[in-house]
Ligand binder design. Structure first.
Ligand code: NAI
Length: 384
């Protein structure tokens, strides 16, 4: 697949275009907004110049990537593409409209993909006459730097298209994780407890957020603590993902959003981008309580909830064990895969810890995944 088109030249579309052009494809970027196209072109020049300065690429390679990228202002210009990746606004009706129009312009062999984070691929595919050529290709931000790409076949997608896309994305030097078309795919589902359990610990008054962040970094080796990360992502975005996952799972209490985070978004304390979230970036940062015993208790509670979520994703065949672990290390930079972590801590320890939490709270969010219980009974390990 050499002729690639990207619809939407915002944050994700521009990054995806750069990845494809770098890999040797010719890329057409289309946006309804002319300014967005100009911004994307300027951003590519800026990014590539920095790579030249750092010695990562030379001037010839920079020119090659720029010459391989063109900026077009009609959908019709994309008609000769092998693969079209849509990265426009996250709105199902708008995406469906673009897909059904696009299909009338391209050849019968063109694969149509969406970079959606939260919408069902089946519902996007259903807007097409040939839904078997529609697939989800979910990049992470920033696309040129993050190694992971989730590939999501819809119930309508043909096996040939899944194979072709898996090969193409691997050729672009990305790590592919194939995920079932379910809310949050892999990463946005499995990562929920990192935020929700940390928020819960904070809401209970067990520890302040600086201490929780310190614990996850010191004991767990995470690059950022949950509160730093939520502030970085932005509470509007992070809260919306949690709320979408919660409603999409028919209100499973395991994904229940937090009032603390909701109030922050209502107050306009959106995180780093607004100067204040959990932390106030114009003031001195609060000091954590550097108590290793407390830190270990906090870490254990969050990690066991993450492991439970990863195990349950495996139990429900959302992805393979290898893809679940790759997704978390390559998509969100976790220091270890969660299933490998479960083996290290011991399946028996995980089950006991979850049962301890369940017995304490009697809340469904702490229910242990059947797969962990079964493995514990049978003395098995994940061996990812
Ligand atoms: P963005 O707002 O930066 O860019 C969207 C672009 O699409 C804009 O330039 C807009 O002018 C253009 N656009 C809107 N409607 C259009 C249409 N009908 N035809 C052509 N162009 C149109 O958005 P962003 O953040 O790049 O997200 C794009 C998609 O990628 C969304 O579906 C989002 O959920 C998904 N995504 C976002 C991630 C992120 O971290 N920002 C990560 C992974 C996926």
């Amino acid at each position: 697949m050499k002729k690639i088109a990207v619809i939407g030249s915002g944050t994700m579309g521009s990054g995806i275009a750069q990845v494809a052009a770098t890999a040797g494809c010719s890329v057409k970027l289309y946006d309804t907004n002319q300014e967005a196209l100009s911004r994307s072109k300027a951003a590519l020049e800026n990014t590539l110049s920095k790579l030249v300065e750092k010695g990562k690429i030379d001037e010839t390679e920079k020119s090659r990537i720029q010459n391989a990228t063109s900026y077009v202002s009609t959908l019709k210009d994309l008609s000769d593409s092998d693969l079209v990746i849509e990265a426009i606004v996250e709105n199902l009706e708008i995406k469906r409209k673009v897909f059904s129009e696009l299909e009338t312009l391209v050849s019968a062999q063109t694969v149509l993909a969406s970079n959606t984070s939260s919408l069902s691929i089946a519902s996007i595919a259903a807007s097409c006459q040939k839904p078997e050529r529609v697939i989800g290709i979910h990049f992470f931000n920033p696309a040129p730097l993050m190694q992971l790409v989730e590939v999501i076949p819809a119930v309508q997608t043909s096996d040939a298209v899944v194979q072709k896309i898996t090969q193409t994305i691997s050729d672009w030097k990305k790590v592919v994780a194939v995920a079932k078309d379910t809310p949050g795919f892999i990463v946005n589902r499995v990562a929920r407890p990192f935020y929700s359990e940390a928020l819960r610990i904070y809401e209970e008054g067990f520890a302040d957020f600086a201490t929780i962040d310190w614990s996850m970094k010191t004991i767990g080796g995470f690059r950022m603590g949950p509160f730093e990360l939520m502030d970085f992502i932005g509470h509007d975005v992070n809260y919306t993902v949690t709320e979408t996952v919660f409603t999409s799972f028919y209100f499973d209490p395991r994904y229940k959003p937090s009032f603390t985070q909701k109030r922050l978004t209502e107050a306009g304390f959106l995180g780093r981008k607004s100067g204040r979230g959990f932390y106030n970036y114009s003031e001195e940062m609060p000091k954590p309580t550097e108590d290793l015993t407390l830190a270990k208790t906090i870490f254990e509670r969050v990690i066991v909830m993450l492991i439970n979520e990863a195990a349950d994703a495996l139990f429900l065949n959302i992805a393979s064990a290898k893809d679940i672990d790759n997704a978390m290390t390559k998509g969100v930079n976790y220091p270890k895969g969660l299933l490998a972590w479960a083996d290290e801590l011991g399946i028996n320890w995980c089950v006991e810890k979850l049962d301890e939490l369940y017995n304490e709270y009697h809340e469904d969010r702490y229910r242990c995944s059947p797969v962990l219980r079964k493995m514990n009974r049978e003395n098995k390990v994940f061996e990812v």
